[in-house]
Design a protein around this ligand. Structure first.
Ligand code: IVH
Length: 717
């Protein structure tokens, strides 16, 4: 049932025979890897930091005495392992977002074109960009109050990071000043940028680590991250880390009106900014910058994985705004992906939350772009056969066989993929892969192949077990408790599997009744648990009895409803009751409610069909009902009330002259209104430019107020 107890052989490492050492090294490797997973991925350690350190120390000592034991699987070669200790969480006042990626030059052309269209700029009007290297380190937010450094926080999930202030304060003040220089410092200043380690320092650190029998890092980025996540700041102090400032968060005053002005101001405050940063005025200059930096990349003493282009004018940045989690005004232009050759040892099947069967390639581990890759998604049956989603040949039709030599590619933070198969190297023993006809789940249900329309990713095979399939139920519970959904600390994959297999948690609502049922379950008696960890778990569950509407909708695991869609639904309906009522009506095929949902921004047919399927299923209705008894769902963020259009629904039609349709919609949303795509009786205003057609007629039919563009601009001030 539960986990294996922690065993440490007490024979001193110096006295171990080679055979004993090999056995213990392998055992410790598995045990430590398990603890790392629980700590890093599930946030649910089952041993103390001190016990963990003991295991690790012994592992390192064995490896130092018997270096031949080291293999690709060695923890010392793994990414992100090792630091101990936990940090306080810090909520970012201004979210830390990420960047959209461009790989091809055309992506850059499109990026600039989108900006031009959004801002309604003529072809001759110049857009100034700040072009900067994309430092491959760790993003950091430094908060200064009255000029004093008060908090240093990691990015985390963008909304909440970890408080690493004590560690950041060990960096040289020429990298991160404790007090900002200069006059007129805003009351609150948040400087954001990248913590990094130079390549030279990384190599030196690894030499020292090796000599001391300590962890070896895979790349400078990991060594910077590992150095910062030390519980003991004196260790961070011994690691040379640098910082480049390039962005900001919460600011009570803005000392400049451009990106380049802000960068200059950071320098006055005592920060380093990247010396290669350059002002560019055209797509050609941006692309030339990318080429030049790409050529210089190897000579730089720090790792970069691309360049970043940012619209320089901050008023334009503000107008451009964001699309879900990435700004419209910036893009990362990545360097070409790195590749490596390895062997495909096996293909395994993973059953996802919605029953889709995904083949996963098990590779002979190989280093690609500084990371060791041993698993790679093979997407679907057709992909293995060499057929693309549109029916066209992939890899010139070459199929993938077990035993093949394959080329693996990884671009930055993108998941690795197989780009080609080396047919010349195909051994006679290579095995053609036959997709299973039965699901690997205990039900062994039939697998059906879903029809796909042209242009989709490819044909999905699905387990037909649906609500009876334990794999799907477990996957849903994992999503439900995960960071992006209910974010229940201490309830990760392993715990959910354990609870499910014992019948303690069969569906989401059960999580919240666990405490009340524990008199019978007696979780504290389960191996790996104790009174403290059980108490911590129940506290973590109780902390999540209140949840935002968007997280709740996302956590239901409705097909097609990811975080962005959940947010759009939450904003569109405002409350759980409103959404739930609408969803039930949609499931019954109510045409008016369907049209209303369809009118919401970012919601279309596919999502509506998925919502209908979910809420039309009586089993799901029961799950939702039992769950909503246990939790309080908060209304979606209230629209801004200080604007005249807050809470109103607006539709734009015809051609607008002062701004583009996209910008008009984004502005309406910023002011708390809902920008819908079609007119219904719930529409408050139709803003109609010249050439308005059927929507105008529709508005008249419903008695919706019609405004010209100027009237609209006057209304919003
Ligand atoms: S700007 C709103 N500028 O890249 C976006 N990011 O993929 C703010 N990064 O999390 C980020 N160099 O860690 C920006 N010159 C640069 C950067 C940079 C590296 C990292 C940063 C961010 C990630 C986004």
């Amino acid at each position: 049932m539960a986990k294996a107890p922690i065993k440490t052989d007490k024979t001193p490492v110096d006295l171990l025979t080679a055979k004993q050492a090999a056995a213990e090294y392998a055992r410790l490797q598995g045990e430590i890897a398990g603890h790392d997973k629980r700590y890093y991925q599930q946030d649910a350690p089952v041993i103390s930091d001190a016990d963990y350190d003991e295991l690790r120390k012994r592992y390192n000592a064995i490896e130092a005495r018997f270096p031949d034991l080291r293999t690709f699987e060695s923890l010392s070669l793994k990414v992100g392992a090792a630091p101990t200790g936990r940090f306080k969480k810090v909520r970012h006042v201004v979210r830390m977002l990420s960047l959209d990626n461009a790989f091809a030059e055309q992506d850059v052309v499109d990026f600039v074109g989108r900006i031009r269209r959004f801002l309604n700029l003529s072809e001759t009007e110049k857009i100034t960009f700040s072009a900067e290297p994309k430092i491959d380190g760790l993003s950091m937010s430094l908060r200064y109050e009255d000029g004093e450094l008060v908090t240093a926080a990691t990015r985390g999930d963008g909304e909440e990071g970890e408080d690493v202030t004590a560690n950041i304060k060990t960096l040289k003040q020429s990298e991160v000043p404790h007090r900002l220089k200069g006059k007129h410092i805003p009351k609150v200043t948040e400087v954001r940028g990248e913590v990094y380690m130079t390549k030279g320092d990384f190599l030196k650190l690894n030499e020292r680590q090796k000599a001391a029998g300590e962890q070896i890092f895979a790349n400078p980025r990991n060594s910077a991250a590992g150095s910062l996540r030390q519980k003991d700041p004196s260790i961070t102090a011994s690691r040379p880390l640098g910082f480049f400032a390039y962005a900001w968060g919460d600011m009570t005053d803005m000392p400049a009106d451009s990106q380049s002005g802000m960068i200059e101001w950071f320098e006055h405050c005592g920060f380093k900014t990247n010396p290669l940063t350059k002002i560019c005025h055209s797509v050609e200059e941006l692309i030339a910058f990318h080429r030049k930096i790409g050529e210089e990349r190897a000579k730089l003493d720090y790792d970069i994985d691309g360049v970043v282009y940012k619209v320089d004018r901050l008023d334009w940045q503000e107008r451009l705004g964001f699309v879900s989690r990435t700004p419209r005004w910036a893009i990362a232009h990545k360097f070409p992906a790195e590749r490596a050759t390895t062997i495909l040892n096996d293909i395994e099947i993973q059953v996802g939350r919605t029953g889709s069967l995904t083949p996963v390639g098990k590779l002979e581990p190989v280093g690609v772009g500084g990371v060791i890759v041993s698993n790679v998604t093979l997407h679907n049956e057709d992909y293995i056969k060499g057929i693309g989603g549109d029916g066209e040949a992939l890899r010139e039709g070459r199929d993938i066989r077990i035993g093949d030599t394959v080329i693996v590619q990884r671009a930055g933070d993108v998941i690795p993929q197989i780009v080609d198969v080396l047919i010349d190297k195909r051994p006679k023993s290579a095995k053609v892969y036959h997709f299973p006809k039965k699901c690997p789940c205990p039900l062994k249900t039939d697998v059906v192949r879903e029809a796909t329309s042209a242009g989709e990713e490819g044909a999905r095979n699905r387990c037909t077990g649906e609500f009876a399939c334990p794999f799907q139920k477990i996957q849903h519970l994992i999503l439900f408790a995960s960071r992006r959904a209910f974010d229940i600390e201490g309830l990760g994959e392993k715990q959910i599997e354990l609870f499910y297999e014992n019948g303690w948690v069969k569906e989401p609502g059960d999580i919240f009744t666990l405490k009340a049922r524990n008199a019978k379950i007696k979780l504290e008696d389960v191996e790996g648990y104790g009174e403290t960890s059980v108490r911590n778990l129940f506290n973590a569950i109780d902390e999540r009895r209140e949840i935002s509407l968007e997280r709740f909708i996302f956590a239901l695991g409705i097909r097609q409803v990811g975080e962005t869609t959940a947010l759009a639904l939450a904003r569109g309906y405002g409350s759980w009751k409103a959404f739930h009522d609408a969803a039930l009506k949609v499931a019954k095929g109510d045409a008016e409610t369907i049209a209303e949902m369809d009118a919401l921004d970012q919601i279309g047919e596919t999502v509506i069909a998925a919502v209908a399927a979910y809420f039309g299923e009586s089993h799901n209705k029961g799950i939702v009902e039992r769950l909503t008894r246990e939790v309080k769902i908060l209304d979606a963020e209230k629209p801004k009330t200080d604007s005249k259009i807050a809470g109103k629904t607006v539709v734009f039609t015809g051609s607008l002259e002062k701004m583009t349709r996209d910008e008009a919609k984004a502005t309406a949303e910023r002011l708390g209104a809902k920008a819908a795509g079609s007119v219904s009786k719930k529409t408050d205003y139709l803003v109609a430019g010249p050439g308005a057609g059927s929507k105008l007629a529709e508005a008249k039919k419903h008695g919706v107020q019609v405004l010209t563009e100027d009237e609209w601009l006057k209304l919003i001030g």
